[in-house]
Design a protein around this ligand. Structure first.
Ligand code: FMN
Length: 169
């Protein structure tokens, strides 16, 4: 199918919707850490607890995720924009200067708001990405402050509560 709009228009439209930001981490066969910034994370099911994310076919992290079968979702706070960028740049040590602790699913970044250990259940090819559905096997909220990191129109920001207005009747 040929889309009746171009890629720039598509990106610009999608950019209208803000998202939270995560870093997905996993353990490579030799024990070294791997990870990538990911904003396509979403909850899927409460019972059983399932989440999903979309990873590009060209992503080297996809190979590591498939090999391991497990990963850790690190939910970022608004003070972690630089960290997020670091986890999106190719051919650098993404863990340089980052504090993390080992876990069976993947490294837990010390300053993340929360962690979820996940085990891959299914994969579905969707265009140039792969949809990964995974079971949540363990979780922990690490800190309640600051507000979460928000990604909007290619920029990082923070969440601010709106003033509650009465509903029109
Ligand atoms: C805010 C942000 C969100 C991102 N979200 C995704 C995502 O959901 N899926 C994805 O495949 N790449 C995403 N990326 C790009 C990856 O972090 C990374 O650049 C890409 O996977 C290539 O690196 P790799 O080959 O080492 O995996 C995102 C980047 C940024 C900055």
């Amino acid at each position: 199918m040929v889309a009746p709009f171009d890629a720039t228009e598509f990106r610009r439209t999608l950019g209208c919707l803000p998202t939270g930001v995560t870093v997905i981490t996993t353990n490579m066969p030799g024990g070294e850490p791997a990870g990538m910034a990911c904003n396509s994370f979403m909850s899927v099911s409460l019972d059983p607890p399932l989440i999903m994310l979309c990873v590009g076919h060209a992503s080297s992290t996809l190979i590591e995720l498939r090999q391991s079968g497990a990963f850790c979702v690190n939910i970022l706070g608004s003070d972690q924009g630089r960290l997020c960028r670091q986890f999106s740049v190719k051919d650098i040590d993404r863990f340089a200067g980052v504090s993390w602790t080992e876990s069976a699913a993947g490294p837990e970044l010390c300053d993340a708001l929360a962690w979820m250990s996940c085990s891959i259940e299914t994969e579905q090819v969707a265009g140039d990405h792969v949809i990964i559905v995974a079971a949540v096997t363990a979780l922990r909220v690490n800190r309640d402050e600051p507000a979460p990191l928000v990604f909007h129109r290619g920029r990082f920001g923070s969440f601010r509560e709106a003033t509650a207005e009465p509903l029109a009747r």
